[in-house]
Ligand binder design. Structure first.
Ligand SMILES: C[S@@+](CC[C@H](N)C(=O)[O-])C[C@H]1O[C@@H](n2cnc3c(N)ncnc32)[C@H](O)[C@@H]1O
Length: 251
């Protein structure tokens, strides 16, 4: 084989490979025609974010990297024992709201961005749970004092994917205000609070949050894995959980 024909064979091989890669990345969902290279990594994990993704799930760029993976959202819902009303204080694409509603809770879902609320509503319809969710477009911090519920679920922004660069993620890095202020706002809704936090969060600081709880509750910090990878941690402070544990002890 001459050098020229070898080169042309290699070129053909490389072309084939690049076609294969592009074909793999081709969005199957019409609404996702705008997937940018930034979100490609998350798009490849789309079914772990929404198992019914292909039925018309809608996401924006922030949604791609901030939605709670479905397996973790299911776990959050399972941990919120007791029933009643869950206030999803930062509802985003509806990843958590869907799973709370699927487990029989009534959900009050808040997000400051009207476009996100529109997408979340679309996503809850795909899961057939939209009738169990009331959406509010607004600022959680302003709304909190006027809300009541059985559980307040907080999934605040972590400041974008760069949160991973920080060795020790402190609560003041949370948005729109620091973790203590978020926790205190949630306490006006209910003492039962769950807070979804980055895996590199300063655990001592998280434990200290429970000192603010009134009445004092047992604190649990649960690690959240997806396919064996640690993705996040959840602070769980539930009176309901404590009551359930006590019932189990005596039964
Ligand atoms: C991490 S995402 C929530 C993801 C959500 N758990 C899900 O599974 O889709 C955080 C959301 O908080 C919203 N947000 C930011 N500041 C807010 C505020 N002051 N009040 C209510 N929502 C806010 C953002 O628009 C974003 O959608």
């Amino acid at each position: 084989m001459t050098r020229a024909s070898r080169r042309s064979k290699n070129r053909r091989k490389n072309l084939k490979r690049s076609f294969k890669i592009r074909a793999k990345f081709r969005p199957s969902n019409e609404s996702q025609a705008t997937i940018s290279p930034k979100v490609k990594k998350y798009w490849l994990q789309r079914y772990s974010l929404f198992s019914r993704y292909d039925e018309g799930i809608k996401m924006d760029e922030e949604g791609w990297f901030s939605v709670t993976p479905e397996e973790i959202a299911v776990r959050h819902a399972q941990r919120s024992v007791g029933g009643g009303v869950v206030v999803d204080c930062f509802a985003g694409m509806g990843g958590n709201s869907i799973q709370f509603a699927a487990l029989g809770y009534h959900v009050v879902a808040i997000d400051i961005d009207p476009k996100k609320v529109e997408m979340a509503l679309n996503n809850t319809k795909i899961y057939g749970v939209d009738n169990y969710i009331d959406f509010i477009v607004g600022d959680f911090l302003q709304l909190a004092p006027s809300l009541k519920g059985n559980v307040a679920f907080l999934s605040p922004p972590w400041g974008g994917p760069s949160y991973k660069m920080t060795e020790n993620f402190t609560l003041n890095l949370l948005k729109p205000v620091d973790g203590h202020a978020l926790f205190q706002a949630a306490q006006t809704i209910t003492p039962n609070i769950m807070m979804f936090l980055p895996r590199n969060v300063d655990v001592c600081q998280v434990e200290e949050l429970s000192w603010l709880s009134s009445p004092p509750l047992n604190v649990e910090i649960e690690e959240n894995y997806v396919r064996g990878f640690l993705k996040a941690v959840t602070l769980i402070l539930l009176i309901l959980q404590r009551i359930k544990n006590e019932i189990n002890m005596f039964s």
